[in-house]
Design a protein around this ligand. Sequence first.
Ligand code: AMP
Ligand code: MG
Length: 316
Amino acid sequence: MMKKLGWIFAALLFVVMLAGLYFNQYDKRNGTEETVFLFDTICTVKAYGENSKEAVGKAVDRLTEIHKKTDVFSKDSEVTKINSADGGEAIEVSDDVIKIILVALEIEEKSSGAFDISVAPLVDLWDFHGEGRIPSAEELEKAKGIVDESEILLVGNRVIKQKSETKIDLGGVAKGYAGDVAIEVMKESGVSGAILDLGGNITFFGTNPESENGSWRVGVQKPFAPTGEYEEIIEKEEGAVVTSGTYQRYFEKDGEKYHHIIDPKTGYPVKHDYSSVTIVSDSALVADCLSTACFVLGEEAGKTLADCLGAEVMFR
Ligand code: AMP
Ligand code: MG
């Protein structure tokens, strides 16, 4: 018995020593990591080098700010102000929201409407953020009639909807924009390298002190497998790796899974024989729009769209 306890003690000591060694190295590299819950998902920000603590703090502040402006569930967000405005009413919004909408409108056009932030009335009906419900065909037909991004006009920093019923949902694009902004903030703070994981949107730059050649290694999650089981590892120096997957948000009713990426043309969750789309791009904002758009478009049209925007796309 004592002999067994001795072994357990020795093993514990070894683990503690290893942990000590790890945290020491982590300190030597001036690494700082913070995890927060924003954009309805777990977000991790990690930076290395001088000022890493200050840089991570500033990045988290900016992420929080962008989340507050774009949160469709908050009664005070800019998106809610747009959604509750009357037709023809001009709503003044921040540069952040204007920049997101501008890129979203561009991708909507390039994807022939596969990506469409005015999909909100359809997303609402499915209640993915709540219990989940299957809307009737009539409800979907009615909501489809409201989905139309050309109803949204931008005049300077003002957003004008032509009809009161038009609503927007920035869930498919806000995390990408936030990733790019947070990286810029950390670059300005002078850190040597940084990486962010905003619920599957990975953005990074600079040197990774934890890899031999300094580059970043991003694992592409195996759909429906436990976190950490990877299909493939992507190695890149700077940019973004963004994945949209059916397993990220879905509900199950009568043995059928209903996931959160909606085809604006049918009103239903997109049905394909793949479960996720990963985009590798220099911009997380473009990658975020593209991952959702390519998921809707399918392999052939998705590859053409990604090519046209200088991004790589993988279907799994
Ligand atoms: P992502 O995880 O980036 O693919 O974004 C999915 C989220 O974007 C959903 O939870 C919805 O809020 C929203 N969304 C769903 N379908 C679309 C679509 N076709 N175009 C734009 N946004 C969408
Ligand atoms: Mg997206």
